[in-house]
Design a protein around this ligand. Structure first.
Ligand SMILES: CC(C)(COP(=O)(O)OP(=O)(O)OC[C@H]1O[C@@H](n2cnc3c(N)ncnc32)[C@H](O)[C@@H]1OP(=O)(O)O)[C@@H](O)C(=O)NCCC(=O)NCCS
Length: 194
């Protein structure tokens, strides 16, 4: 019975495999600035684009995608990877150049002591339920052995994302920067939080 099946469904937080790529791309598309409706925009949007090859490298080489999955459906993902991985996007190349301008707990950010987390997405159906925090902390734990500092950016007009990353999880705002006339917060936290 459908009801019984729904009651027995368990959400799993795990590292993504290639089997999850289709579901990740579908959730990404639903939240991407290029496709999102004006009505949904105040609840956040994603600006980074991925080809399937980039996503495959992120999953396989970087072991950098944490997901929440229920009944085979990807309901949330958080990306995380080395600056070497991100460098091919002009936005991240610019962020790498700016890293020396920012410090976290007395340490200047470098491409060796930090990695870049994000984008992150939570399906509309499970926002505000704690899935965001679970995926965030699982992603952080997955990088803890590799880096002491997690760094990220939030577009200043994405107030829901800023609220989630300051109120639901304790990121510090290190400063601001601009790219293509958009304004961003540069944010960070210790991977030892987990
Ligand atoms: C950003 C996102 C990951 C956060 O996950 P979430 O489950 O929605 O987060 P929560 O609802 O637990 O927390 C968000 C907080 O922002 C508040 N909020 C909701 N809408 C808001 C808005 N328009 N402006 C400001 N704050 C808002 C919520 O009330 C909540 O705080 P509260 O519980 O104290 O009231 C999710 O909304 C999302 O996937 N959005 C689309 C994609 C995106 O923006 N990703 C991040 C950029 S890469």
């Amino acid at each position: 019975m459908k009801l019984e099946k729904e009651e027995n469904t368990i959400m799993v937080i795990t590292q993504a495999t290639m089997d999850d790529v289709e579901g990740i791309l579908s959730l990404l598309k639903a939240n991407h600035i290029s496709y999102i409706s004006e009505e949904d925009k105040p609840d956040g949007f994603v600006t980074t684009n991925f080809t399937e090859a980039q996503l495959e490298a992120l999953v396989m080489k970087e072991r950098g995608v944490t997901i929440a999955k229920e009944d085979g459906k990807v309901l949330s993902f958080a990306m995380a990877a080395s600056w070497d991985f991100w460098e091919e996007w002009p936005f991240f190349a610019s962020m790498i150049e700016k890293l020396p301008e920012f410090s976290f707990e007395g340490q200047v950010l470098t491409r060796e002591n930090s990695y870049q987390y994000g984008p992150v997405c939570v399906d509309k159906s499970v926002r505000g339920t704690g899935v965001f925090e679970q995926v965030f902390y699982a992603s952080l734990a997955s990088m803890r052995e590799r880096y002491p500092i997690m760094a990220t950016f939030v577009n200043q007009i994405n107030q829901r994302s800023y609220a989630a990353h300051t109120k639901k999880v304790p990121l510090s705002t290190l400063g601001t920067f601009q790219f293509n006339q958009n304004n961003y917060y540069l944010m960070a936290c210790s991977t030892a939080l987990t």
